[in-house]
Design a protein around this ligand. Structure first.
Ligand SMILES: [Zn+2]
Length: 374
C-alpha cells in the first residue's frame, strides 16, 4: 500500500525506539454522543439513538444479519445492569430486536467482568460484586464495570465523561453476505460523513493501560520484544509471546495441508504489530500501542478491499463491499488466531481485514472457546 492514509496522532519517539512501522489505523470507533447540559433530555436521547446503533465497533453478527443483536441491546442497557434483568430499548429502532426486549440471567456487568477475569488470569483476580457494581481487581486496584466503562474508584463519579469499552458481539463464523437494508446504508453514509465532526467522549484508558502496564510510549517500548512471525520480524508485547507462537504453529500446520494457506503466506508483504498511536480520529489508544494487535497485509489486488476507511478514500461505499471482494485471510488463519485469544477485524461492521488483536474476553463473552493454555 502507499503511505498510511489515516495516520494516528504523532508523538515524540522514545530514545532508542525504532520508527513506527506503517500499518492500519485500525478500528476508528466513534462512540455514543452524550446529552449536553442545558439541552432537553429528548434531544440527547435522539442523538444517542441515531449514532449509537452502529457507530460503535459493531461486529457483523449484529447489524447486517439481525442474528445477534446482543451488543446493540447491551449498548442501551443502563439502569438494570446489576439486577439480573436487562431491558433493551433497541426495539424502538429495529423491529428485529423486538424478541430480545427482556432477557433473564446474569447481568451484562457480571458477564463482562467474569469474562475479563477468566481471560486474563495472570493479571486479573476473580470478579466480585462490590460497592454496588461488579468489579475486578487488577494488580491491587479495583475496576468497576460502570456500564461498560471499566472505571477505577476515583473516576466512578464522573462516568458520564467516558464512553463504554467495546464489549461487542462477535460471530463464530462469518455470516453469509447480505447487502445492508437501504435505511442502514443511508445511515452509514451519514455516519461516514460526520465521523470526524461528531462530538464523542473518549474511553477511560486506565484499565487496559494497567492491564498491559503501558501508560506512555517509554513504558510501551519497554514491554516490546522482537519476534519472527511467519518469516517477518515484528515487535509485540511480551505478554502475548506464547499465544503468538502457538498461533504461528497452528498456521504452519494448516499450511502443510492447505495450498490456499501456503499461497496466503507467500503473498504476505508486510506484518506489523507495535506502533505507538491512537485509534484513527480518536484520543483512545489503539491496541497497536500496547503491542497486542498485529496486521498481516498481503499484496492486494485492485479489486480487493481490506480497511473500510481506505475503501472510503476510493469513493466506494464501504458497506456495499461483499466479503468476496475483501482481502480475507483463509478461515484456518482466522481460527488459529481465535484459538489463542485474538479477534479478527474482518468480523467488524467497520471492517479491517488485515487486523487481529488480543481480546480473549470478547471471545469468551460470545461463547467461543479458547483452545490455548491459560
Ligand atoms: Zn491493525
Amino acid at each position: 500500500m502507499g503511505g498510511a492514509p489515516f495516520p494516528g496522532r504523532r508523538r515524540t519517539a522514545a530514545p532508542g525506539a525504532p520508527a513506527p512501522k506503517r500499518s492500519c489505523p485500525c478500528l476508528p470507533l466513534p462512540r455514543k454522543p452524550r446529552p449536553k447540559s442545558g439541552r432537553p433530555v429528548w434531544y440527547g436521547l435522539l442523538v444517542l439513538l441515531f449514532f449509537a446503533v452502529d457507530f460503535c465497533c459493531f461486529s457483523l453478527g449484529n447489524t447486517e444479519q439481525g442474528a445477534s443483536l446482543r451488543h446493540q441491546a447491551d449498548e442501551f442497557n443502563a439502569s438494570d445492569e446489576t439486577s439480573g434483568t436487562y431491558v433493551s430499548s433497541l426495539s424502538l429502532l429495529n423491529p428485529l430486536a423486538a424478541d430480545i426486549t427482556v432477557q433473564k440471567g446474569p447481568s451484562r456487568a457480571e458477564q463482562v467482568v467474569k469474562a475479563i477475569a477468566k481471560a486474563h488470569p495472570k493479571r486479573v483476580r476473580e470478579a466480585v460484586f462490590k460497592d454496588g457494581d461488579w468489579a475486578v481487581e487488577l494488580r491491587g486496584k479495583w475496576y468497576y464495570y460502570a456500564d461498560g466503562r471499566m472505571l477505577p474508584e476515583d473516576l466512578r463519579g464522573n462516568a458520564d465523561l467516558y464512553s463504554p469499552q467495546p464489549f461487542y458481539s462477535y460471530p463464530d463464523e462469518l455470516p453469509e453476505w447480505q447487502p445492508p437494508a437501504p435505511e442502514n446504508a443511508a445511515r452509514y453514509a451519514v455516519m461516514t460523513k460526520q465521523r470526524r465532526t461528531s462530538r464523542v467522549a473518549n474511553r477511560a484508558q486506565s484499565f487496559y493501560d494497567d492491564l498491559w502496564q503501558v501508560h506512555n510510549r517509554a513504558e510501551a517500548w519497554a514491554q516490546q520484544k522482537t519476534i519472527s512471525f511467519l518469516g517477518k520480524k515484528i515487535l509485540v508485547h511480551r505478554a502475548v509471546l506464547e499465544e503468538l507462537a502457538l498461533v504461528e504453529q497452528k498456521i504452519n500446520e494448516a499450511a502443510a495441508a492447505d495450498p490456499q494457506v501456503r499461497q496466503w503466506i507467500s503473498r504476505l508483504e508486510t506484518i506489523s504489530a507495535w506502533n505507538w498511536r491512537d485509534i484513527a480520529d480518536t484520543r483512545t489508544r489503539s491496541n497497536h500501542a500496547y503491542g497486542t494487535a498485529i496486521d498481516l497485509l498481503p499484496s492486494l489486488r485492485s479489486s480487493q478491499e481490506t480497511y473500510w476507511l481506505w475503501t472510503v478514500q476510493k469513493n466506494i461505499d464501504w458497506w456495499d463491499v461483499p466479503f468476496s471482494k475483501r482481502m480475507n485471510p483463509p478461515n484456518a488463519v482466522i481460527k488459529a488466531f481465535e484459538a489463542y485469544g485474538f479477534v479478527w477485524g474482518g468480523k467488524w461492521l467497520f471492517y479491517d481485514t488485515m487486523h487481529f488483536e488480543y481480546r480473549p474476553e470478547i471471545l469468551l463473552l460470545n461463547g467461543i472457546p479458547l483452545r490455548g493454555e491459560y
